[in-house]
Design a protein around this ligand. Structure first.
Ligand code: BTN
Length: 255
């Protein structure tokens, strides 16, 4: 079975990743998906929180099991699935990926991925937050310039399908709701989670936002030069040395 069967939806929960982890620990099968309209304690990478106004983001977690060698590039594969789902839902978009696993549009963060793996138990939970219809004013002030929504790109909130002053002002079909977005995402995860490493690396390199840009982390800096076969970020330092850094070791402080 692919992603989305079974699918449990909560109108409100603390974290869909927490619900999915409980289900995985209880033996839920590969492909089990948990979504929520609202999270009260959404988790981000590096211990950060993840917030979104109710009903305005896709809050999605899925179980991968068994966890195998070929899933080593899961952190790169999942953002590629998110890109394709986003571009299917909003064909005018061009998504890029930012190492280790963000999805960007117009240089702003559209989606974040938090993968929580239990290799000793043979499963992982893929957590995805995808901004759908959060207007710039609804993002926390500190994120306003750095975040973007699928249906609010190019610095304007689309009026499509909203209860505007006149249906004649509506510029297209109704916005896809989070459930439609979840179905699209599941289809693309089906493909990318089982993709061969070469395909994942090729897909990543074609959308790599950091390539050729200056990056810095605690203890180093340089120009990003893609990812190696393990999914590590390759950086050329000012001295000309090529170093490969892993997502677990470094947190980019610039870009
Ligand atoms: C990041 O820091 O960029 C990753 C954010 C991941 C957020 C998603 S929302 C659905 C799932 N449940 C969580 O608690 N976190 C992930």
């Amino acid at each position: 079975m692919g992603f989305g069967v079974p699918h449990r939806h909560f109108s409100r929960t603390d974290s869909t990743n927490s619900r999915a982890r409980e289900l995985a620990a209880a033996g839920a099968p590969h492909g089990t998906v948990v979504t929520a309209a609202e999270q009260t304690a959404g988790r981000g990478r590096q211990g950060r929180t993840w917030t979104a106004p109710p009903g305005k983001a896709l809050l999605y977690s899925a179980i991968v099991r068994p966890l195998e060698e070929r899933h080593m590039l899961l952190p790169l594969a999942v953002p590629l699935a998110v890109c394709e789902a986003a571009e299917q839902l909003e064909p005018e978009l061009a998504c890029r990926v930012k190492w280790p696993n963000d999805v960007l549009v117009e240089g702003r963060k559209l989606s974040g991925v938090l993968i929580e793996a239990r290799p000793q138990d043979g499963w992982a939970v893929i957590g995805i937050g995808l901004n759908l219809s959060i207007s710039p004013q609804e993002f926390p002030a500190e994120l306003r310039d750095a975040a973007i929504s699928l249906f609010a790109t190019d610095h304007r909130v689309r009026e499509r399908g909203s209860a505007g002053p006149s249906p004649l002002l509506s510029a297209g079909p109704p916005l896809p709701d989070p459930l439609t977005a979840a179905v699209a995402l599941s289809r693309h995860l089906d493909r990318w989670v089982q993709a061969e490493p070469d395909e994942v690396l090729g897909g990543w390199r074609a959308r790599d936002f950091l390539h050729g840009r200056e990056v810095a982390w605690d203890g180093g800096s340089g120009v990003a030069d893609g990812v190696d076969d393990r999914g590590y970020l390759v950086v050329v330092t000012p001295g000309g040395e090529r170093v490969a850094v892993g997502a677990g070791e470094v947190h980019l402080t610039r870009f």
